[in-house]
Design a protein around this ligand. Structure first.
Ligand code: ARG
Ligand code: ZN
Length: 871
């Protein structure tokens, strides 16, 4: 156990910075194991005070510290593990520091490190302090000039902003000087140096300026950046059209690196990406990869305004940039790929990750009030629930007032670091509405439960809707208040025809009410026929809704709801109830038949989008089901879900084969929504067909795998063969490995598919794979492909009653924590939900968490999550 309990950082303790830095000139003398960083800072005391100067600095080997040209003696400054202190500093001065760092041996991948023989950086949230002494907090905004020197073999020398000078030096070295004219905090600093290939393009902005676009990748990979470039250009155009935001520099660069702790990073003018979220071509990337790339390229680009031009005052305001930017990238993806399909995918992800987080010991508000390590708060709650809040704001205010609020925000806060309060105030002013009650969405953790009961009065033609809301307690927040919840709804009649009604005297097809009390009742008039209620259309709020709808009503919605989200939702709810009945040992065979028929009809609807049908065909996932079963029994869920899938497969066999045969790619591969939708439906049909792994179906899957002309189809074939198992799967894996050995991103998929295998023998195989020559714990993508995939997407095996799955994960966490605490901490989550599982399993999970928490020398990151999970 740690003896020095780390100190929590609190929002209520926020104080403006004691010193500001108006300008900085950095010089990097790059060398893999001994890089010299010289910093020349124009420092100024912020208002009147007599506090000492205290700058962050970690793992820096100090060479010298000087003020206004005079080197300070040991007595005039102290340097410890956390930084530099100068007890008495002047009010305005030049601080010059020189330090040495070791990028080669930086395996935490934070600060300046090496990936594939190239230098790169990751500074958000607190990595800059591993580069130089600095007040490493987002409210210190400075103008950066950066000089980079290196051996000529590091051909490209990149940093933020504009290239203002470059040239040759003695001894085979060269240099480049970059200047970023925009104020920025240290977390947006970036530097890259190395031999790279570049894909170049340009775009003329809305005011007619030409912006050069460059994407830098590993040598030979430039063609695989073409899709990212296309996505970038579409993002730039979209931000002009949707938000009036124009790009501000003459150059925009993206660099892809192989070793990266997360997805990507929005450094000003120089985004750095995990190569898995940038490189794609049809042969090596799936449609899901293309889709992710499009959305992450957009996300990072959109940060240029929501993140870079306007940043966060402190890290408690993280959702200010992340929730808003996710909302923006989701809106972009919806425009690119279809609103209903995008919404369903976004809600699936929200439920799987954020709702799960809210139900466990790590639940926290979208704006938390304390933390030990901010890196632990890059969560689904901050990102995805943060985006839902913005979405509700738009629903509540209407599109026009929402846009006016955004315009005001950009105008008022450009060039500043600000808060969520200041953001919301812009919407209050622009719309004239009082949003004080709405603010609770940021401060209250937990997923509200909303119930809806209805009474129809046939004689009076009135429909009364009784709503109630309640938010369950979360750690540190035992008592909850009612939130303003926008609920969009409409009515259908028993035949599935839209049914009009009157609300507040106005005839309507659909309306939005705001439930802002614990209970509310509304009466609709002019309801001519018995209604079926379609509530929470488009998932208008991030809540769990329960209604008194009967299965027959849900079948009406499944067949005919004009709101496609609710059409999909009705199918999911019906399937969920059938699976839970099976898991409880009492299958409802009559309704299973009925469900299979309804699904068959949905599939034969010629007017429906194939991408939508593919989503209809997928049953709720095992982790989703575990959230609604109490206590959760992952083995029972797995078996029950499989059994229903097998029934559906048998029932729909001829239709599934027809779909599969009819949807083959005819022309050339196109990664767009239409082509991807067709492949998604075809592969979903194959997947369900193989739930019945009879030998002819197995042969069918084998044929699909062999004939695959792109990675999407190859992976679908491999997953289908996984359901067959045995020799068929083993041989396919071996062939696949041999074909793709030299493609790291494809080998990641090879590890991941084996990690997802739910068969009994799979756990041994997964453990064995950690000894495979291609396994590398130091590469986050490879580690995630095997370990995270196993723990998050293979519940039947992770929750093996022997506890072997839990032990395996805990061993990995402890091993990785020694060199990469951020990545180790991200692996803790699957153990966090231990209270929700059957007591036998929960006890085993808990024991592993205790073992982790009791380990000597644990990082703050893992310590915080393990202890919170146990509390
Ligand atoms: N700002 C980056 C993004 O949203 C993610 C940075 C993650 N950093 C971290 N310490 N977890 O794209
Ligand atoms: Zn972001």
């Amino acid at each position: 156990m740690r003896t020095d309990t780390p100190q929590a950082i609190r929002l209520s303790d926020y104080r403006p910075p004691a010193f500001l830095i108006d300008e900085v000139a950095l010089t990097f003398d790059l060398h893999p194991t001994a890089t010299r960083v010289t910093a020349r800072l124009q420092v100024r005391r912020n208002r009147e005070h007599s506090e000492p100067l205290r700058f962050n600095g970690e793992r820096l080997k100090p060479i010298s510290v000087a003020i206004d040209g005079r080197v300070l003696s040991d007595g005039e400054r102290t340097i410890d593990d956390e930084g530099l202190t100068i007890p008495s500093a002047p009010d305005a001065f030049v601080l010059e520091t020189e330090v040495e760092i070791d990028p080669e041996n930086n395996k935490a991948l934070e600060g300046l490190y090496m990936s594939g023989g190239r230098f790169c950086t990751q500074c958000e949230a607190e990595g800059f302090r591993k580069i130089t002494f600095w007040p490493d907090r987002p409210d210190v905004l400075s103008r950066f000039t950066v000089r980079v020197e290196a051996d000529r073999s590091f051909r490209h020398l990149l940093s933020n902003g504009n290239l203002i000078e470059q040239g040759e030096l003695e001894g085979g070295r060269h240099y480049a000087v970059w200047n970023d004219p925009f104020l920025k905090p240290s977390y947006l600093f970036a530097l890259v140096a190395g031999e790279l290939d570049v894909l170049e393009d340009s775009l003329v902005t809305m005011t007619g300026r030409t912006v050069e676009l460059k994407i830098f990748v590993d040598p030979g990979m430039a063609p695989r950046a073409a899709y990212a470039m296309d996505a970038l250009k579409r993002s730039m155009r979209w931000d002009e059209e949707a938000f009036g935001r124009e790009y501000d520099l003459d150059l925009f660069m993206i660099v892809a690196v192989r070793d990266f702790n997360f997805g990507a990073m929005e450094n000003k003018g120089l985004n750095i990406f995990n190569s898995s979220l940038l490189l794609a071509d049809p042969a090596t990337a799936t449609d899901a990869d293309f889709e992710r790339i499009e959305s992450v390229v957009a996300h990072e680009y959109f940060h240029n305004w929501t993140g870079d031009r306007i940043t966060c005052r402190d890290w408690f305001q993280l959702c200010l940039k992340e929730g808003l930017t996710v909302f923006r990238d989701q809106s972009f993806s919806a425009d690119m790929r279809g609103h209903a399909v995008q919404r369903i995918k976004d809600v699936k992800a929200l439920r799987a990750r954020q709702f799960a987080e809210d139900q466990g010991p790590l639940a926290h508000p979208v704006r938390p009030s304390s933390y030990l390590k901010i890196d632990n708060f890059y969560t689904a709650t901050i990102y995805e629930k943060g985006a839902e809040i913005i979405r509700m704001l738009k629903i509540l205010l209407g599109a026009e007032a929402f846009r006016a609020g955004m315009d005001l925000y950009f105008e008022r806060w450009d060039g500043h670091a600000t808060t969520v309060e200041a953001f919301i105030k812009c919407f209050e002013e622009a719309s004239g509405s009082d949003l004080s009650h709405f603010f609770a969405w940021y401060e209250q953790a937990g997923t509200p439960r909303v119930s809806l009961e209805s009474q129809y009065d046939e004689a009076a033609k009135t429909l009364t809707l009784n709503f109630a809301q309640e938010t369950p307690p979360t750690p540190g927040q035992p008592v909850k208040q009612a939130l303003p919840i926008p609920i969009a709804f409409g009515l259908l009649d028993g035949e599935g025809r839209p049914l009009r009604f009157e609300h507040d005297g106005e005839p309507q097809d659909e309306t939005v009410i705001v439930l802002d009390q614990p209970q509310a009742s509304i009466t609709l008039t002019g309801v001519d026929r018995f209604p079926v209620i379609s509530a929470l259309r488009g998932f208008s709020a991030p809540v769990v809704l329960t209604t008194d709808l009967e299965p027959k009503d849900k079948y009406v919605l499944l067949a005919a709801d004009p709101d496609l989200f609710n059409r999909w939702e009705a199918g999911q709810e019906l399937a969920r109830d059938l699976i839970l009945r099976r898991a409880a040992g009492s299958p409802d065979e009559v309704n299973e038949e009925r469900y299979a028929d309804a699904l068959g009809r949905a599939l034969s609807d010629q007017s429906a989008d194939p991408a939508f049908k593919a989503l209809m065909l997928a049953l709720p996932s095992e982790p989703d089901l575990a959230l609604v079963m109490s206590p959760a029994d992952p083995q029972a869920i797995h078996e029950a879900r499989d059994a229903l899938r097998t029934r559906l497969s048998v029932h729909l066999e001829s239709q599934l084969r027809e779909l599969h045969n009819g949807l083959q790619d005819l022309g050339e591969f196109s990664p767009d929504a239409e082509g991807a939708g067709r492949r998604a439906l075809r592969n979903a049909a194959l997947d369900l067909l193989l739930a019945n792994p009879r030998s002819d179906n197995a042969a069918y899957a084998h044929g699909h795998f062999e004939a695959a002309g792109n990675m999407t189809d190859a992976m679908a074939g491999l997953s289908a063969l996984m359901q067959v198992g045995g020799e068929a799967f083993g041989q396919a894996l071996a062939d696949f490995y041999e074909r793709w050995t030299s493609e790291p991103l494809v080998i990641d998929k090879w590890f991941a598919v084996q990690a997802r295998d739910p068969s009994e023998t799979a756990i041994g195989r997964v453990m064995g794979l950690t000894a495979h020559p291609a396994f590398d714990t130091k590469n986050p993508n490879r580690l995630r492909a095997l370990v995270s995939t196993f723990a998050n997407f293979n519940p039947a095996r992770f929750h093996d009653p022997s506890g072997a799955g839990y032990r395996f994960l805990a061993d990995q966490i402890l091993a990785v924590d020694r060199f990469n605490p951020m990545i180790a901490a991200r692996l803790v989550d699957p153990l966090g939900g231990w209270r929700r599982y059957k007591p036998e399993l929960g006890a085993l999970m808990r024991a592993e968490l205790e073992r982790i928490a009791a380990t000597a020398g644990l990082s703050k990151n893992v310590y915080e999550l393990a202890t919170r999970a146990l509390a």
